[in-house]
Ligand binder design. Structure first.
Ligand SMILES: NC(=O)c1ccc[n+]([C@@H]2O[C@H](COP(=O)([O-])OP(=O)(O)OC[C@H]3O[C@@H](n4cnc5c(N)ncnc54)[C@H](OP(=O)(O)O)[C@@H]3O)[C@@H](O)[C@H]2O)c1
Length: 269
């Protein structure tokens, strides 16, 4: 596994997303067994970075993740757990309350990384960061970040964050280059901020991309693995694919070790 190294932190190039674990906007207890199987399989395969949010299945994804980790017995210090506060909870007291609730659902005493899930029109970013900075000082959160922030908001977040802002989590994949076009990727790379790529493999045109297909054939791997390797090859970029399928989970993890040539990176653009 390749890692991104920032200060003392070693963050795996490939982590595990949890959107649809435990349901979607609402909990779906009927899917618990399938969700727990997926989480156990991911832990056994060696995933250590798990990305969740209070919004996922209205907190049930966090509950199931906490339960799977307890049942699996992986020591907490070996894991890197990210959760997120929702855009409707960005007032000072709400941030503190929501972080406590996430920790309670996860059955943990600290989060490795806590993100603002989406910016909101009404947020007062200085107030939100006053609460987030307090959570870091109190040891409830180790690192702070944001998600879905454009360049202007990202610069404001960096200014309000008392510790180095660790990440901006955004959609980034072979077919979605918004963060390249809007300058967010370049800013992250120049300022030692991780760009966490979400939805790195889902998009339909990964299937129809002929360059991906030919590079995958040359390496004897799948197109999804090349799509993830393309992200993992880029400095300061990590990815958090999600899969219920243990074979896909293993393939995604191994994609972090796939080395693409300069020519292949160039052909993928
Ligand atoms: N911050 C945000 O606003 C935000 C937004 C979206 C997502 N996220 C985070 O990012 C994570 C990943 O994004 P995502 O779930 O939207 O999309 P994704 O991980 O790109 O795609 C998931 C889909 O791709 C399939 N898949 C995964 N690996 C595969 C492989 N190797 N071969 C074939 N199919 C594969 C999965 O099906 P199978 O189960 O059949 O493998 C699933 O249908 C989320 O779970 C969440 O944690 C964050």
């Amino acid at each position: 596994m390749r890692y991104e190294i920032i200060g003392n932190l070693h963050i795996p190039k490939i982590g595990f997303g949890t959107w649809t674990i435990g349901g979607q906007e609402r909990p779906d207890p009927a899917s618990d067994e399938r969700s727990l199987l997926a989480l156990h399989s991911a832990l056994e395969l060696g995933y250590t970075h798990f990305d969740t949010a209070e919004w996922y299945a209205a907190g049930h994804a966090e509950e199931l993740l906490g339960r799977a980790i307890r049942e699996n017995g992986t020591p907490r210090r070996e894991l890197f757990i990210t959760s997120k506060v929702s855009p409707e909870h960005l007032e000072y007291d709400d941030v503190l309350r929501c972080c406590e609730a996430s920790l309670h659902r996860l059955d943990m005493v600290y989060l490795d990384l806590y993100l603002i899930h989406w910016p909101s029109q009404s947020m007062k970013l200085d107030e939100t960061f006053r609460a987030l900075n307090r959570l870091v000082r109190e040891g409830k959160v180790r690192h702070l970040g944001v998600s879905n922030f454009n360049l202007k908001l990202l610069k404001q977040a960096v200014a309000f964050c008392e510790t180095p802002l660790l990440t901006n989590q955004v959609s980034y994949s072979i077919p979605d280059r918004t963060c390249v076009d809007n300058g967010v990727l370049e800013y992250c790379q120049q300022n030692d901020i991780l760009l966490t790529a979400y939805t790195p493999v889902k998009r339909r045109n990964i299937k129809s991309n002929l360059v991906l297909k030919s590079i995958a054939q040359a390496h004897g791997v799948t197109r999804e693995q090349v799509a993830l390797a393309w992200l993992a090859m880029q400095p300061r970029v990590i990815a958090i694919p999600m899969s219920f399928n243990s074979q896909h989970q293993a393939e995604n993890l191994h994609a972090a070790d796939l080395v693409l040539s300069e020519d292949e990176m160039g052909r993928l653009g």
